[in-house]
Write a protein that binds this ligand. Sequence first.
Ligand code: GUN
Length: 312
Amino acid sequence: MGEVQTARLIDGTAIAAEIRAAAIPAVQAFTNAAGRPPGLGIVLVGENPASEVYVRNKVKAGADAGLWVDLQRLPAGATLDELLRLVDMLNRSERHDGILVQSPLPDAMGRGASQRVFDAIDPDKDVDGFHPVNVGKLVQGRAHLKPCTPSGIIEMLDRSGIEIGGRHAVVIGRSEIVGKPMAMLLLQRDATVTVCHSKTPGLPSVAARGDILVAAIGRPGFVTREFVKAGATVIDVGTTPVRDRATVERLFAEGSARREAFAKRGSIVVGDVHPSVADVAGALTPVPGGVGPLTIALLLKNTLAAAEARRR
Ligand code: GUN
């Protein structure tokens, strides 16, 4: 066993607060010039508990920043056609500058429903950056609206003084929302990028080559010390609600704040990175309070950017 080192915690809440504070005067200037605030339509279908939390935070952060936030809810039994009609209404609306349909959609909407919905959103209002036109622009390095979580992670690295260019970045996970766009953004910043996933042989040793390791797989505590190079920066994108006591006790030490939170609430949100990684990593994002707040801050920035571009 090597020496025990305790990773610097990257305070996502504080960094996001800086970004949000900087956005407020720009939101005000837009509102004065346009005679209305930038408008964000958020669509939530059904009652997925994690999505409820994300959407509540997005609505509150938007309103706090001075946006007009219009939450549109559809019941879990809504059809894909109903959802597409709602998106069409938001596309045509003068007051909605940004549109976000919270993912995942209920399984009952059928396979491929999310892609059909993302395809239907006006690319100029696509504050998630998931429309194929925006994905294509992202790949070409000329995106206007970039996916919020990966661009929030880049902001976080920059504002924490962590070098990206010339370093080896490893991304675990290849989702359209995080893994793939994350790899593109890191590549554009001159990192050497490895993308790995559940079928990657020898995953821990591949991950351990990363100076920067981004874990975006959605499996609580999956990334253990053996995945992490000594001194690496580890970004934990996981946010899995855990209600099962055995899992909490396996991951978190007795008397820890996370165990206490679980005892109080019966459920906690757990990242992909095992707590013991703090002994190996140089810097680490906590869950909660790491990547999540950045995602929301970048959503506000994208909404403002979409509003400004629509007025031009
Ligand atoms: N579900 C999890 N993350 C996101 C996100 O960034 N945008 C949307 N629309 N859904 C999500």
